[in-house]
Design a protein around this ligand. Structure first.
Ligand SMILES: Nc1nc2c(ncn2[C@@H]2O[C@H](COP(=O)(O)OP(=O)(O)OP(=O)(O)O)[C@@H](O)[C@H]2O)c(=O)[nH]1
Ligand SMILES: [Mg+2]
Length: 261
């Protein structure tokens, strides 16, 4: 089997729908799931690249494994349940610190899943499908719907905090080393790096999805695949890929305030 060119990791609390999102995308279905033990991955061919997508366990007992799965990751999908505000809080408190082992220019996406259960989104989906407001069925696919618990702005705020945590805030002055490039137009060396290194806008990296109806699931994964390709190219230009060394994995310290230590 060919070695994957890049890695994307799904993180988030138990029950938010990580496995369901991955199965919806890869297998085009919404099967019954059991709580994940450890982790598992799918391989996706995107253009000429092989991308591994890792599903991880949200249960506390497997927490220490998260940083191992994130090692060398080109992108991390931080997943929460739009109906459980605590699952968004957990991303900052418990999961963000696990990404310290990811690639230095790792991309982050924040995904609010189970949006089919939210009243306002279900109405929006019905209108998109051409049904009037109040039509039975709609985006919820028969699920009982509840008032919105987490606003998209809350996810955007977390994304901005992550950029700060990773020192990628647009307002920060980039380090001198980051802004000096050696290139070759003839071989293409560092040319993509020069033109494509930019921080995506927060709104572009926050998604609301439904693994149940499929809403925004293709958009999420395929937007990330397109963004991960330049990261893979940069990784190649910078040297050999990192390997997983289980013995060197440490569980990061957790903090309640201000991201992770
Ligand atoms: N209504 C609705 N239910 C969902 C959705 N996604 C997942 N679920 C349900 O939520 C439950 C948990 O889904 P999983 O995909 O197993 O959650 P997980 O994040 O992988 O959980 P762990 O493996 O324990 O970390 C299951 O009963 C799913 O059927 C969704 O988009 N909408
Ligand atoms: Mg799972």
């Amino acid at each position: 089997m060919r070695k994957p060119d890049g890695k994307i990791v799904l993180l988030g609390d138990m029950n938010v729908g990580k496995t369901s999102l991955l199965q919806r995308y890869m297998e085009r279905r919404f099967p019954d799931t059991v709580s994940t033990v450890g982790g598992a991955f799918y391989l996706k061919q995107w253009r000429s690249y092989n991308i591994s997508i890792w599903d991880t366990a949200g249960r506390e007992q497997f927490h220490g494994l998260g940083s191992m799965y994130c090692r060398g990751a080109a992108a991390v999908i931080l997943t929460y349940d739009v109906n459980h505000p605590q699952s968004l809080v957990e991303l900052e408190d418990r999961f963000l610190g696990l990404t310290d082992t990811a690639n230095t220019d790792c991309l982050f996406a924040i995904v609010g899943n189970k949006v089919d259960l939210v009243e306002d989104r279900a109405a929006e989906a019905r209108e998109k499908e051409g049904h009037g407001p109040g039509t039975a069925g709609g985006g919820g696919g028969g699920s009982p719907q509840v008032p919105r618990q987490v606003r998209p702005e809350d996810a955007v705020a977390l994304y901005k905090k992550i950029l700060k945590y990773k020192m990628l805030d647009e307002k920060e002055v980039p380090a001198a080393e980051q802004m000096c490039f050696e290139t070759s137009a003839k071989t293409g060396y560092n040319v993509d790096l020069l033109f494509e290194k930019e921080v995506p806008a927060a709104e572009q990296m926050c998604f609301e999805t439904s693994a149940k109806t499929g809403y925004n699931v293709d958009l999420l994964f395929e937007t990330l695949f397109d963004m991960v390709v330049p990261v893979i190219l940069r990784q190649r230009a910078q040297g050999p890929p990192q390997t997983v060394d289980i013995s060197s994995c440490k569980t990061p310290r957790r903090t309640r305030s201000g991201c992770c230590a």
